[in-house]
Design a protein around this ligand. Structure first.
Ligand SMILES: *[C@@H]1O[C@H](CO)[C@@H](O)[C@H](O)[C@H]1NC(C)=O
Ligand SMILES: *[C@@H]1O[C@H](CO)[C@@H](O)[C@H](O)[C@H]1NC(C)=O
Ligand SMILES: *[C@@H]1O[C@H](CO)[C@@H](O)[C@H](O)[C@H]1NC(C)=O
Ligand SMILES: *[C@@H]1O[C@H](CO)[C@@H](O)[C@H](O)[C@H]1NC(C)=O
Ligand SMILES: *[C@@H]1O[C@H](CO)[C@@H](O)[C@H](O)[C@H]1NC(C)=O
Ligand SMILES: *[C@@H]1O[C@H](CO)[C@@H](O)[C@H](O)[C@H]1NC(C)=O
Ligand SMILES: *[C@@H]1O[C@H](CO)[C@@H](O)[C@H](O)[C@H]1NC(C)=O
Length: 368
């Protein structure tokens, strides 16, 4: 029932990312200076491997990945396609130039909106925001697919795989499903997924699907009505570690084929069965599709940001993936940018980390 976790794996396979590059994960990080960054797909490389999706704890150093572009209040509409970069591997880290990158597949114009397309069994489309959100209200106004085996999704995904989902298995056009993950972990004792029924035809109608993500509470809404709330305090494990998404995340919208050969049977069932490639909608359009009208982001920064500090980005600090520390910085987010300046504020997951602040103050004091 939780196939989105498989998406990166599928995308990696389908995108043919597997080449001679070393694999990487938190226990086996990248080791070469020439290929220091662990991409979202778990391969070591440089340049755009160090941008969106780069896992700081699986990279050579916690500083190997480029800083993550800061959240900005925005309403993204799609009449102007020049704000979407057609191929994410060409991205240079300039989030002022592009709002979205296409990680896979292609988008088409649909009356000033965009259609995410799914043309074949190895297909599907995913777009990612160039900016990150480290808490915020994010609303996507979309029409989903309506075909067995075809999944439409609107999620947030962090570089260490904290994830918050709205998902729409195509066989159910009056239902949305909410879910969340902490560092990619699927809880073994319970599922974090929930279903929300009674939405009027999600294929025919635009609805507003919202994720309201704060440091202490997470909720999902449909057309402004909250349908589910999760409190961070309810996610602590026996060891006292909160399994709550708490790291800066990109916004991703996708359509993907779950009902295809090679998908786990549970995923196929969840998505409503195998895809019918003879479906009249598919024949007529030449692809399956989901329509995105707009995405609205209202940032909720975990700390007040002084405009004079020229903050551009979030970076990870510290080595512990079990307690990630997120720091605001004025580092360049560009792929070739310098990284010689100091971070200017610290916070951990959700709370200010006295340790990081102390460290920064000490470093500042040393340099001043
Ligand atoms: C991490 O990568 C190493 C080397 O490829 C592999 O042996 C190990 O099983 C991986 N660990 C996890 C948790 O995936
Ligand atoms: C890995 O990927 C990078 C692209 O970032 C490429 O330059 C490099 O040659 C690849 N191969 C290895 C072995 O790292
Ligand atoms: C994106 O660019 C890369 C490198 O130039 C290329 O290998 C890949 O096929 C392109 N992807 C698409 C969807 O065009
Ligand atoms: C980023 O793009 C904007 C808009 O195109 C441009 O004005 C700016 O100079 C670029 N920044 C860098 C560092 O290249
Ligand atoms: C912010 O940028 C301006 C313009 O480049 C610069 O004058 C100022 O010193 C910067 N502020 C800080 C705190 O770095
Ligand atoms: C990470 O751990 C290594 C080894 O313990 C240490 O040398 C390094 O300073 C740590 N880095 C940070 C950013 O804490
Ligand atoms: C970044 O912050 C450092 C430390 O406050 C400051 O010295 C530097 O000028 C800042 N850089 C920019 C581009 O604002």
């Amino acid at each position: 029932m939780i196939p989105l976790a498989l998406v990166p794996v599928l995308l990696a396979m389908l995108a043919g990312v597997a080449n001679a590059n070393a694999t990487c994960n938190v226990t086996s990080p990248c080791s070469l200076s020439s290929a220091p960054c662990c991409s979202e797909f778990g391969f070591c490389g440089r340049d755009n491997f160090c941008l969106g999706g780069c896992n700081p704890y699986a990279s050579k150093g916690v500083n190997s990945c480029r800083p993550e572009p800061l959240c900005k209040d925005s309403t993204y509409t799609f009449a102007d396609k020049s704000r979407i970069l057609s191929n994410s591997t060409l991205f240079d880290g300039n989030s002022t130039k592009y709002d979205w990158v296409i990680d896979k597949g292609s988008v088409l114009d649909n009356s000033g909106n965009i259609a995410l397309t799914l043309a074949d069994a190895s297909g599907g489309t995913r777009i990612s925001s160039t900016k990150y959100v480290h808490y915020g209200d994010i609303t996507a106004t979309i029409k989903t697919g309506r075909w067995n085996g075809v999944v439409t999704a609107f999620i947030t995904m962090s570089d260490i795989k904290d994830e918050i989902d709205w998902e729409f298995p195509g066989s159910k056009t009056t239902q949305g499903q909410s879910n969340f993950f902490w560092q990619g972990l699927i809880p073994t004792t319970k599922t974090n997924g929930a279903t929300h029924d009674g939405i009027s035809d999600t294929f025919a109608n635009f609805h507003d699907y919202t994720v309201s993500w704060g440091p202490d509470q997470l909720s999902w809404s449909v057309d402004g009505n909250v349908v589910r709330t999760v409190k961070k305090s309810d996610t602590y494990d026996a060891a006292g570690v909160p399994h709550y998404p708490s790291t800066p995340s990109r916004i991703q919208l996708s359509i993907w084929p779950a009902g295809v050969e090679g998908s786990p049977p549970g995923t196929v069932d969840w998505a409503g069965g195998m895809i019918n490639w003879d479906d009249p909608d598919f024949k007529a359009a030449g692809h399956f599709y989901a329509i995105v009208q707009k995405v609205t982001v209202k940032c909720i920064n975990a700390q007040v940001i002084d405009p004079a500090a020229n903050i551009t980005s979030y970076i990870y600090s510290g080595n512990s993936s079990s307690n990630p520390s997120i720091v605001y910085s004025n580092y360049s987010t560009m792929v070739n940018g310098a990284r010689s300046m100091l971070p200017v504020a610290g916070l951990s997951g959700t709370v200010l980390t006295a340790f990081v602040m102390g460290l920064l103050m000490a470093l500042n004091a040393m340099l001043l």
